[in-house]
Write a protein of this length. Structure first.
Length: 315
């Protein structure tokens, strides 16, 4: 980590800092025989820290060896984990295989029930979360019930809706969008017309800004008044490590740019700020292509799990 600016202190609500609230997991690359730390909310916190902001993760770690490894790896990136909790049980594991730079998901072990149960925000944790400029959560974190109180406490909220249909259903959007300032939607499987329609619907149902990442087709942002686009920055064939974390890196670059431009509940981004944020997101996603897994820190996977075989499914 070599931030270009000195991170601000998280002790005041006006500080530029980011909290990842929710999921963490192990990404097991069977072709490499390597385990890596990861998870949407962990990744964004790490990327925000690398961009020069203070960052923290608030979530649940297992008390097994993988959980200790995951928690230690996140803390080693300069991301504060002091308010996260450790629960008895196994850590979740995503199993992947990389082919030509793209990761293929082979399966998911959710780990222990207690570890997978969401972390409720008691008054102390709610006050802690409210001290951040931006709180990032996701559909995989099961934090939906906490969003109304979190939004009322006034930090900006970013939420990752992933790419699955169940998280695009009207009932789900109506539950989440009114409490979200920045919605991230993975739209590589949609054409541009369908993507724009989804962004407009997400904003219409309450989100402040909707951001779609579309892989090599670039990205689109919409806030109900302005629609801005940015092309992708493709890596040269054979040069990239993998695409793990590219969407999270885009979100981090986009959000950090907006925060530095003065984005807040009282100050919506200007059209110029949206376009600038898209460029910064594209740059961050491009740079992420040359990083192993989400943020490196790999270690050998357990014996018996290092195999390139098995049924594969792409998402």
């Amino acid at each position: 980590m070599d931030p270009q600016t000195t991170p601000t202190s998280p002790s005041t609500p006006d500080a530029l800092n980011v909290l990842g609230f929710g999921d963490s997991t192990i990404d097991r690359f069977v072709d490499r025989g390597t385990d890596y730390p990861g998870g949407n909310c962990v990744n964004v916190a790490v990327y925000a820290r690398r961009l020069g902001l203070d960052a923290a993760h608030l979530g649940v770690f297992g008390d097994d060896d993988l959980g200790t490894y995951l928690r230690t790896a996140v803390a080693a990136q300069g991301v504060t984990v002091d308010h996260s909790v450790v629960r008895p049980g196994a850590t979740s594991v995503s199993t992947l295989h990389v082919r030509d730079g793209d990761q293929e998901f082979l399966g998911y072990d959710p780990g222990g029930d207690a570890v997978g149960a969401p972390l409720a925000l008691d008054p102390a944790l709610l006050a802690y979360a409210a001290s951040f400029a931006l709180v990032r959560s996701s559909a995989y974190s099961h934090t939906e019930a906490e969003l109304p109180r979190l939004a009322a406490a006034e930090p900006l909220i970013s939420f990752d809706f992933s790419d699955e249909d169940e998280y695009r259903a009207p009932a789900y959007l109506d539950r989440v969008c009114p409490h979200v300032d920045l919605a991230l939607l993975s739209c590589s499987h949609l054409d541009e017309g369908a993507t724009r329609a989804l962004l407009a619907e997400t904003v219409r149902r309450g989100a402040g800004i909707a951001l779609a990442t579309r892989g090599l087709d670039g990205a689109i942002a919409h806030d109900g008044r302005t629609t801005a686009t940015a092309p992708a920055r493709p890596a040269a064939p054979g040069t990239m490590s993998d695409t793990m974390g590219c969407g999270d890196a885009f979100l981090a670059g986009f959000a950090v740019s907006l925060l530095r431009d003065g984005w807040s509940r009282r100050a919506a981004p200007s059209p110029d700020a949206l376009e600038r944020a898209l460029r910064q997101g594209s740059r961050a996603a491009y740079q992420q292509c040359f990083v192993e897994a989400a943020f490196g820190c790999g270690r050998p996977a357990p014996a018996g799990t290092r195999s390139g075989s098995g049924r594969e499914s792409s998402v």
